[in-house]
Every structure is written in C-alpha cells, then in structure tokens.
Design a protein around this ligand. Structure first.
Ligand SMILES: *[C@@H]1O[C@H](CO)[C@@H](O)[C@H](O)[C@H]1NC(C)=O
Ligand SMILES: *[C@@H]1O[C@H](CO)[C@@H](O)[C@H](O)[C@H]1NC(C)=O
Ligand SMILES: *[C@@H]1O[C@H](CO)[C@@H](O)[C@H](O)[C@H]1NC(C)=O
Ligand SMILES: *[C@@H]1O[C@H](CO)[C@@H](O)[C@H](O)[C@H]1NC(C)=O
Ligand SMILES: *[C@@H]1O[C@H](CO)[C@@H](O)[C@H](O)[C@H]1NC(C)=O
Ligand SMILES: *[C@@H]1O[C@H](CO)[C@@H](O)[C@H](O)[C@H]1NC(C)=O
Ligand SMILES: *[C@@H]1O[C@H](CO)[C@@H](O)[C@H](O)[C@H]1NC(C)=O
Length: 566
C-alpha cells in the first residue's frame, strides 16, 4: 500500500513510472572520493564484542526478537562453552575431536544476552529456511552434516533437533526457499545438480530431481554454488547461477524459460559471491490478484570468472561494481544494468522496511574463500528502488562506514526494530584472533539506516498500536498506528524473515501491501490513525509463515510487529 496521508479523504496514491536508465557495465574501483565527504548518513553501534562464535549463518526466531547465529563444528575451540555434560565427540572432526565449546548461539538483542546451543553435526556452509510455524529448518553442511536436517524453535529453552539422514543427497553450499505449500526446496550444492524437498514426510519425499541448469552454469571456479533462488508471484522459482538464470516449475520439474545471460563480465555466485534480492512486490492492485503481481530480481556485485584462480595465485582482481535488474514476470525481459559507487564482492543485500535495498559488507578485491578477499568495503550503500514512493527515482547513496572489516563468512540481516544486524567474518580456516590480515570476528554490530538518523529525517517514527496477529490471504486488515507529526506518504510493508549466509538471504522478500485507505486520523486524535488494507493475496506472493509488519510514514518505518499469514 501507499497512500498519501490526508486526514480528510482516503487518497490512493498514483505510482509514477520511473524512466529506466541503462548504464554500460564495467569493472572499476571505488569512484567516490572517501576523503571529501565526512557527512555520511547512517550510524553504527557495537552490540556485543563477542558472542563466542562467528556469525557465519544467522536466522531470526519468530515471533521473538531473538536470532540464532552459528558457524561450524570443525573450527576448533570457540569462545563460548557448552553447558556441562554436553561436549561433542566426533573422531572425524578436522580440528577438535572432543569439543566442549558451542558453535551456535541464541542472541537476544534487547538484553544483548547470549545462550550457547548444542549443534552436533557440521553446519559449515549449510542452508536454511523458516517453516510456516516459525521453526528454523536447516539443511546440509560438511562431513557428518552433509545430509543432516536440523530444527530449531524459538521457545525459552529450545535447542537443535537433528536428523542425520534428513536429506537424500549430500548438500554443501546449497540454497533453500520456503514454498507456497509450506515445504522447503533445497537447490544444488557442491557437485549436486539437483533439488529436493524437506521435511520428508512420505517415502516419495526422498526423491531427488535433476537440474541440469546448475551443471551448465558450472565453471572452473564452481560459480554455481549458493544459487540465488527467488519465488515468483506466479509460483515458479527463479534460479540464478554464475551469469545465467531460469524459471523453474518445480512442481512439474520443467524449466519454463531461460533468461538472457546477465551482462557485466562477472560471475555472481560463490566463490565470486555477489548478492541478490527480489525487489518489493507491490500487492496493492487487488484486481490484479496474485498471479499478475509483477516481480523484479536484482543482482549486485561479484567478481570476474578468473578472480578466484587469480586470488589463489596472489593477484586480487577488482570486484564487479555492476548491478542488474530483471523483470522476471515479463514475457521476454532484458537485464537493466546499473553501476554501484563501489565494486563489491561478498556484499549482503538487505531489504529494508521501506522497500529500499542496503548493500553492506564485503571487499573491493578478490573473492570468497580462505584468505582470498582484499580491501574491505567499509561503507554500506543504499539503493533506492524507485517507484515505491511517488516522485522517487532510482539511485545509490554511500553511507557511513564501519571500522570492522566483514569479509568471507560475514552476514547482515534486518532486525525487527528496523536496524540491521551485522556480524561474522572469518576468512581463516580456524578461529584466528591475532597474526591474520583479517582476524576472526565474533562481534555483532547494528547499522542504523538513514531513516533512523535523528538529523536525517523530519518525520518521527510512527508506531503500530494495534493489529491482529493471525492473517488469512486476501482478507481485509485494519492496522492501528500513531503518527507523531512530520509529513509524507503512508505505506504498509511486510518483510519475510530470511536465512542468511555467504552473502545471500534465502527466502528474503518484502511486500508493499494494498491499502484502501488511511482513516480516522485528525490533529485532535493525537496522531492515532488506522490503515485499512488487504493481506497478501496468495501463498505464492507470500508463502505461509511469520512476517515483520511495518507502517512507513514519509520514508520512516515504525518498529516491526510479527504477524502470521497462513
Ligand atoms: C550533512 O547532511 C545532512 C543531511 O543530508 C545535511 O542536512 C547537512 O547540511 C550536511 N552537513 C554538512 C556539513 O554538509
Ligand atoms: C577468544 O578467546 C581467546 C582465548 O581465550 C582470546 O585470546 C581471544 O581474545 C578471544 N577472542 C575474542 C574476540 O574475544
Ligand atoms: C556468461 O558466462 C559464460 C561463462 O563464463 C561466458 O562464456 C559468457 O560470455 C557470459 N555471458 C555474458 C553475457 O557475459
Ligand atoms: C490492476 O490490475 C488490472 C488487472 O491486471 C489491470 O487491468 C490494471 O491496469 C491494474 N491497475 C494498476 C493501477 O496497475
Ligand atoms: C594460478 O596458478 C595455477 C597453478 O600454477 C595455474 O594453473 C592457473 O592458470 C593460475 N591462474 C591464473 C588465473 O593465473
Ligand atoms: C510529484 O511531482 C509532481 C510534479 O512535480 C507534483 O505535482 C506532485 O505533487 C508530486 N507528488 C508528491 C506526492 O510529492
Ligand atoms: C473510525 O471511526 C469511526 C467513528 O468513530 C468508527 O466507527 C470506525 O470503526 C473507525 N474505523 C477504524 C478502522 O478504526
């Protein structure tokens, strides 16, 4: 939804068509002058100097504000102990066969409290998704974990429950996505040109389906790992690997469409790790219903195909600065290319409650892999998508830098309060705190996007005062909220909780809801208003599960509230 805030009438906003500019792609180093500007928007706060493990994988635990962070069981001794009697014995472990330290923790951002969790199988370079009931399902990894499926719920004393035979194929560097029917698809992995579904219920669920596209996208450096997978609003899956992409009808196991190669001369997937998001889905046009909601995918950064091999030989090539947008629901879409202000490999793309995209973490040279990244990019970049708010065009803005490099095995994700949690970085094969160019990071930071800048916005944050927590598809919804002055349009957005690792947030999506009206606000009401609108139309537009709901006023989001759609 996006409506003009007008206390007297309910005005449905007109969306402007923003002219598309096509830039010629090239590879180059930072083009913005870091020394001339010290007045960047955004700010940083250290949340915890050490959570004991390196946040290589992170996921939220709805409906709480907590999250889980974990690395790998064969990293050696972490900086947080397991509770007594819970040591892990594994003769195959490459680092420490008898390990009494934790490799997963639950983090409560309010109390900044850390609770060690017990993960028994190796989660190194694994994947995950949230089931409709909010349980994290977590798949694959290395060694004894390569066929494991693990579950974690948000309850007070919950810990991992592991099924060692949960996957039919070994999967390391695969990508998961929640589906409209509540199952999770697991796509690819090293030397796995196939997909399967979890959790397994019936014997037939053990079937593995071939996906030759992943083999075709493979090159000498295996730039087909952690493929970018997005669920299109027509229920098909967009799968991107290297510079190629397809639309997959996973229900009938058919590739429906091969999209054009992405230009830019870069590989975009691990180890050339760029990142990708599904741009905001505008579900405001009720007459259009689910299947005609338009969808666009964006892919940013990466590295030239030879970069990994060059970096392994000690030459660190510049990362790609190009981004591409592809309208995947169009008949014959072409990539529309744009240039970031700075080249970036191993960046994370984070969808914000405003619908804009934050590009954060990573390096300007080299690739993912042990010790292969150079020149950390400390500045996040904000990408304004255009077309969400009236009169707003596309574009990049360089934001305030951090002081902590976040390279290989770093993560970034949206917090329920609208900040962005940033953690991890370990380009070392073990925990290394001294004597390394980029030591292992156990810290968690919060990045405050420009909308949280006290000086940056004239509009105070709105506040959601009432909304029901259980939503049905397409039903009418009333959201009570308070606007404390300021001006601008009101929008209601929903952000799906993602599983984040290796520069990609799996199942990440944001919906801009259809709204019929903003009603009942007046200066005498203390800024209390109601937004009347509609829940997402279908499970393909919004797979079942928890979403963070935000009211955005003048580009400033409220704190989020978990709502459950099924
Ligand atoms: C810093 O940025 C803010 C917001 O963009 C602007 O209002 C202010 O004038 C800038 N200050 C300087 C010294 O450039
Ligand atoms: C982790 O523990 C080691 C050994 O006690 C210590 O030297 C190191 O500083 C700790 N690292 C962090 C980031 O706290
Ligand atoms: C895509 O990648 C392949 C393999 O590296 C390469 O041959 C092809 O030219 C690339 N396509 C474009 C448009 O760059
Ligand atoms: C809404 O969807 C209908 C049906 O697809 C279409 O005819 C109409 O133009 C759309 N309206 C807007 C404002 O996009
Ligand atoms: C890196 O070194 C290996 C082994 O010497 C060689 O085969 C490979 O071609 C080199 N890669 C590049 C990009 O120079
Ligand atoms: C958008 O721009 C047009 C033309 O400049 C202006 O008339 C209109 O009021 C603007 N709309 C908003 C919501 O700012
Ligand atoms: C708006 O106010 C009217 C009159 O007080 C009330 O009947 C109605 O329920 C309110 N609507 C919402 C959505 O709060």
């Amino acid at each position: 939804m996006a409506t003009s805030y007008n206390p007297c009438t309910a005005t449905v906003l007109l969306f402007l068509i923003i002219p598309i500019t096509t830039a010629v792609a090239s590879l180059h180093l930072p083009s913005f002058d870091l020394s001339s500007n010290t007045n960047y928007s955004g700010s940083w706060k250290l949340l915890k100097r050490s959570v004991g493990v390196s946040a290589m994988h992170v996921a939220p635990l709805p409906p709480t504000d907590k999250l889980v962070a974990f690395d790998r069981t064969d990293f050696g001794r972490s900086n947080i102990s397991l509770p007594a009697g819970r040591c892990r014995d594994d003769a195959q472990d490459q680092a420490l066969p008898h390990d009494c330290t934790a490799h997963a923790v639950e983090f409560d951002p309010r109390a900044r409290a850390v609770r060690p969790l017990t993960v028994r199988t190796d989660t190194w370079c694994s994947s995950g998704a949230l089931l409709p009931d909010g349980t994290l399902v977590q798949t694959g990894g290395f060694n004894d974990g390569d066929r494991a499926v693990r579950f974690l719920s948000s309850c007070e004393d919950c810990d991992w429950v592991e099924d060692l035979e949960g996957l039919s194929a070994r999967r390391w560097y695969a990508t998961d996505h929640i589906l409209p029917d509540g199952r999770v698809i697991v796509v690819g992995g090293r030397r796995q040109f196939s997909y399967e579904f979890v959790p397994k219920v019936a014997p037939a669920d053990r079937t593995v389906f071939a996906l030759p596209f992943l083999r075709a996208a493979k090159d000498a450096s295996e730039n087909n790992l952690y493929p970018f997978v997005h669920l299109a609003p027509d229920g098909n899956l967009f799968v991107f690997a290297n510079n190629k992409s397809v639309l997959l009808d996973y229900a009938n196991h058919r590739v429906l469409k091969n999209f054009p190669d992405m230009p830019g001369g870069a590989s975009r997937n691990y180890p050339s790790s760029g990142s990708s998001v599904l741009l905001p889905l505008m579900t405001f046009n009720r007459s259009a219903r689910g299947s005609t909601v338009k969808a666009e995918v964006m892919v940013c950064g990466g590295a030239p195909p030879t970069s990994y091999s060059m970096a392994s030989n000690g030459t660190f090539a510049p990362a790609s600065s190009s981004c591409g947008r592809l309208a995947i629901t169009e008949e014959s879409p072409e990539w529309e290319m744009e240039e970031m202000p700075v080249g970036r490999v191993m960046g994370d793309m984070v969808l914000l409650p405003t619908g804009d995209v934050l590009i954060i973490n990573g390096a300007a040279r080299g690739t993912a892999g042990w010790g292969l990244g150079r020149e950390p990019v400390l500045h996040p970049v904000l990408y304004k998508v255009g077309g969400i708010r009236s009169n707003e065009s596309r574009g990049f803005e360089v934001l305030r830098p951090t002081t902590t490099p976040r390279l290989y095995h770093s993560t970034a994700r949206l917090m329920v309060d609208g900040r962005v949690l940033v953690g991890g970085s370990n380009p070392n094969i073990r925990y290394v705190f001294a004597g390394s160019l980029y030591p292992t990071e156990l810290s968690l930071e919060a990045f405050y996007p420009p909308y949280l800048d006290p000086k940056g916005s004239k509009t105070p944050r709105p506040r959601i005062t009432s909304v029901k927590s259980e939503w049905k598809y397409g039903e009418r919804i009333t959201i009570g909220f308070q606007m404390k002055g300021g001006e601008g349009e009101v929008a209601v957005t929903m952000v799906a909780p993602a599983f984040t690792t290796h520069s990609f947030s799996m199942s990440q999506r944001v919906l801009v809801l259809e709204a019929a009206a903003v009603v009942n606000c007046s200066s005498s009401s203390g800024g209390f208003c109601a937004a009347e609108g509609f829940a997402p139309p279908t499970a393909a537009v919004a797979p079942p599960g928890y979403y963070m709901l935000f009211v955005v006023h003048g580009g400033v989001p409220s704190g989020g509230k978990w709502v459950h759609v099924e």
